[in-house]
Design a protein around this ligand. Structure first.
Ligand SMILES: Cc1ncc(COP(=O)(O)O)c(C=O)c1O
Length: 444
């Protein structure tokens, strides 16, 4: 019997012993093609030598020195790199390091509160986020998350957070409405909510530039984030960009927000930062936020034992070097075009595929009962679960979820292949997904 408190206490799980390129290999020698990087994590595949060597070399010199007293070279170098590559408008910001996306989101929310206190605005307490969204599993991150199912058991313990609609074109864009008009209508929900709560009481707006697991790789309509930036600036509200899943190259630019032409005040990143080699996350504070603290108390009101871990930072720095030296962002864009074309050709006319959406190497097919009415399957039919197991039986790991349509119903399957995938692997992923969706929905 296992003594690991696993996600499922009843399922038997293969024991993975090795990674090789885009494949994971279990104890019995079964090979699994990783089409989703776990959860959009493993951007460099599973056996990157440069990252492994960098981690081993750092381990051999310095692993840990407490940040209350010391800094270290990998942490400094990585922060300078991220600030230099940040979306225009971030300015001379700073970066703090944490261990997971949820921790980064907690730290971001607290940093927003600190910013307003340093500026003498203690009434700014309200947080506005979107639904659907996912921002992590710790109580603060779960509170701002807009995923009804995941919030439900903990609802009485969550801090107060407000939600507007995520810009979910497939279901919310009206017939005849242009993309720009839809973008404005959705973004103006933020203006309305700020007015309702009282403009001087809102601390921050939180949104993923490309929505991840909760909605399935949903980019924003054109102009959406420009309007969000305007609204936030007008009311002194900070914009926190959650790039935990969509950042670090996944959408074809290092930061997903670069493609929207704005910068956030605070940005979180995690998964692709360590690419699965190191558990590392980061919070980037823009110059505006840093200056408020410098001009105020001069101290960060947040601390964790493992911040700026030298081995984790060295691993992430090696991941960034790999992305640049192998020009993997271009690879994401070209492979992404192939993946999109493959999905549209294999599934575009499928009777149970309502929408195909994404950007870069981040793509989703939303599966519906009735393509004409967009009616989702009943949650109890668990089409997402069926797709997961069907694809796995064919040797391909995908990331299906439920809840995109209304928080409970709505099945989608998300793909986030390694940036280092071959063309043949991308084609195989498409072919297996098409078979999987057909088999999971057969006779339904
Ligand atoms: C957008 C987003 N934010 C935050 C998180 C939380 O990250 P972690 O699971 O590392 O705590 C996730 C995880 O899936 C995520 O997708």
């Amino acid at each position: 019997m296992s003594h690991v408190l696993r996600r499922s206490l009843t399922a038997t799980q293969p024991v993975i012993v090795k990674g090789e390129g885009s494949y994971l290999i279990d104890k019995d020698g079964t090979r699994y093609l990783d089409a989703c990087g776990g959860a959009a994590v493993s951007s460099l595949g599973h056996d990157n030598k440069a990252v492994r060597d960098a981690v081993a070399a750092q381990m051999a010199t310095l692993s840990y020195a407490h940040t209350g007293l010391f800094t270290n070279e990998p942490a400094e170098e990585l922060a300078s790199y991220l600030i230099a590559r940040a979306p225009k408008g971030t300015g001379q910001g700073r970066v703090m390091y944490l261990g997971s996306g949820s921790e980064a989101m907690e730290a971001a929310l607290k940093l927003a509160r600190q910013y307003h206190l340093e500026n003498g605005q203690p009434d700014r307490v309200h947080l506005i986020a979107r639904a659907p969204s996912y921002h992590g599993n710790t109580l603060g991150a779960l509170a701002v998350g807009g995923h009804a199912g995941r919030r439900a058991p903990f609802a009485p313990m969550l801090i107060n957070a407000h939600h507007i609609d995520a810009a979910y074109g497939y279901r919310l864009q009206r017939d005849g409405e242009s993309e720009e008009d839809f973008a404005l209508r959705m973004a103006n929900q933020l203006e309305d909510r700020i007015q309702t709560l009282g403009p001087k009481t809102v601390a921050a707006f939180i949104a993923e530039p490309v929505v991840g697991a909760s909605l399935g790789s949903q980019p924003a309509p054109k102009g959406y984030f420009k309007r969000i930036r305007e609204i936030c600036d007008q009311h002194g509200v900070l914009y926190i960009a959650d790039e935990v899943m969509c950042g670090m190259g996944r959408t074809g630019s290092l930061f997903a927000l670069e493609q929207e032409g704005i910068a956030a005040d605070i940005t979180t990143m995690a998964k692709g930062l360590g690419a699965g080699y190191m558990p590392i996350a980061a919070v980037m504070a823009s110059q505006k936020v840093v200056k408020a603290i410098e001009d105020g108390t001069g101290r960060l009101w947040n601390g964790h034992t493992y911040m700026s871990h030298a081995v984790a930072c060295a691993g992430a720095l090696a991941v960034m070097n790999e992305i640049d030296s192998r020009d993997l962002l271009s690879r994401v864009r070209t492979l992404g075009e192939r993946l999109e074309a493959g999905l549209r050709s294999a599934l575009g006319q499928h009777a149970h595929v309502g929408d195909i959406r994404g950007r870069g190497l981040f793509w989703t097919a939303e599966v519906v009962k009735d393509r004409d009415t967009k009616q989702p399957f009943d949650v109890k039919e668990n089409i997402a679960g069926a797709m997961h197991m069907t694809a796995l039986a064919k040797g391909v790991i995908t990331y299906p979820s439920q809840g995109c349509a209304d928080g409970t119903h709505g099945d989608h399957v998300l793909l986030a292949p390694c940036f280092t995938s071959t063309e043949e692997e991308i084609d195989q992923i498409v072919a297996v997904l098409a078979e999987t969706i057909s088999e999971a929905t057969a006779g339904k």
